[in-house]
Structure formats: C-alpha cells, structure tokens
Write a protein that binds this ligand. Sequence first.
Ligand code: CMP
Length: 139
Amino acid sequence: ALERTLSIIKPDATKRNLTGKINAVFEDAGLRIVAQKRIHLTEKQAGAFYAVHKERPFYGSLVSSMIAEPVVVQVLQGEGAVAKNREVMGATNPADAAEGTVRKLFAESIEANSVHGSDSLENAKNEISFFFAETEILP
Ligand code: CMP
C-alpha cells in the first residue's frame, strides 16, 4: 500500500553537509520526499519525540545529540514506505548495517547514526503529525 513515514536527517549528517546525498539514496530507492524542513529542535521537543526511550541509559545523550545542530525532518511517501525506509537506512548500529544503506555509507556511531525513521505505520502517523500539518504535505 502507499504509505508515508517520518524521516529525520540527524545533526551528525547535517553538520557534514550530507542532506543531498542522503536524499539521493531515498529517491533512488523510490521514496518521494513529499514534505521537508530544516529546523533546530529544542530540548523539550527532542525529549518529547524520544519519550519512549526515557528510561534508557542513552536518553540524555541522545537528546543532547539531537539538539546540537539543525535537523531535516521529512515525510517520505511510497509503496510500503515504512519498511522500505528502514531497509534503506540500515541497522541502527552502523557496524551492523548492510552495504549501500544510509547508515553504512554515512553514520559515525550507534548514536550519531545519521537518520531516524518511523518503525511502524502507527508510529509514522504520530511522528508525522509531531512535525507537520496535513497542509504542509504535498504529494
Ligand atoms: P533512532 O532510530 O533515532 O531511535 C532511537 C535512537 O537512539 C537511535 O536511532 C540511536 O540514535 C539511539 N540509540 C539507540 N541505541 C543506542 C545505544 N545503545 N547507545 C546510544 N544511542 C542509541
């Protein structure tokens, strides 16, 4: 089915000027960028976005890393976009990521892993509405 997923190009990647190279990987995989904006997250926003990880030992460090530099938040659309994006991103830890994936190509570490992508269709809907109004999404 045609789906939408929320993607974030993270500070480690925006800092290294990799937005275009990462977008090219998405587009080459058949994902369409139907909304996109560069924003600097506040601590409150980053903490709320990752609230599900609140009890994890890496939560504080994750939030700090997400507010260090601007991020690019985007909505990707395509057939099976949620799973397709996860495939294109590669494993969370770049050491485990397959050849040709964004994280294999660009990520620096498990935390500075260049991209975030929604892990289910339900989470995708919630994460998209966290950043975008329906009127900002233009397929
Ligand atoms: P992301 O897909 O954005 O979802 C949660 C993020 O937490 C993950 O990517 C990593 O950036 C980070 N993360 C996950 N596991 C660890 C870990 N063991 N140590 C540090 N950061 C982690």
